[in-house]
Design a protein around this ligand. Sequence first.
Ligand SMILES: Nc1ncnc2c1ncn2[C@@H]1O[C@H](COP(=O)(O)OP(=O)(O)OP(=O)(O)O)[C@@H](O)[C@H]1O
Ligand SMILES: [Mg+2]
Length: 258
Amino acid sequence: MTPDAPLLQLSSVTKHYGGLAALNQVSFEIARGDIMGLIGPNGAGKTTLLNVISGLAQETSGTVLFNGGDITSLPAHRIASLGIARTYQNIRLFNEMTVEQNLLLGRHTRTRSGMASSLLLLPRQRREERQLRDDTAALLQRMDMLARRDAIAGELAYGDQRRIEIIRALAADPLLLLLDEPSAGMNESETEQLGRFILDVRNQGVTILIIEHDMNLISQVCDQVVVLNFGEVISQGTPQQVQSDPLVIEAYLGQEED
Ligand SMILES: Nc1ncnc2c1ncn2[C@@H]1O[C@H](COP(=O)(O)OP(=O)(O)OP(=O)(O)O)[C@@H](O)[C@H]1O
Ligand SMILES: [Mg+2]
């Protein structure tokens, strides 16, 4: 594998739900260290694509290469352990647990001892546990959330829950981070802060694929953007290029009620 090979490479990825082609022959690649935007009207297939990459949905045909290996048919936990982490369009935190407990669960996909044996609290696990708590504290600090460490996740403001979800994904120390509409429910200044955080994450060496409806955020952070419509790639380029592409403008005109 050459160092400048793409981190993620999708070839002719197709996903059928019954008679519906949610994805049809989707091909594109993401260079290491890039932030790739994924946009398109409602129902275009964006979340389905994240589900296929992360192993939550099985593609009907096509291949997905990640970091030099074929991950096409791997189950979700194997894909996670290879270094792909994600957030969800609908927040999935453990509402009754504290912020820190949620983050420690995110971290356990990548530790040696794993969940079950860490409950036995052997010396190595105790050391690992301490290290984990320090790491999660550092992550919280970076997103201005350290004061919320012992808060009950379900009681946090919506924007804060979104932030915690991203931090939980980062706690797994991924090579590739998949974000599904991370700014949903955030106001303008929260969204700007999110943009700075995403750039900071990339600068730490994490490659990012982000689904977003907020074009300001897309323009702020993305190197490249792929546009889906009815499951097909209709445009790709810089944020500026895709926004002035007549095919893209036409696709969005069809759903003006948004
Ligand atoms: N599990 C499923 N079973 C059947 N159809 C599905 C399933 N998941 C998605 N679909 C359909 O696939 C198409 C793409 O859905 P998807 O959720 O990927 O769109 P999206 O681009 O993420 O939309 P949005 O912007 O609204 O989140 C839609 O027509 C949707 O109804
Ligand atoms: Mg979606």
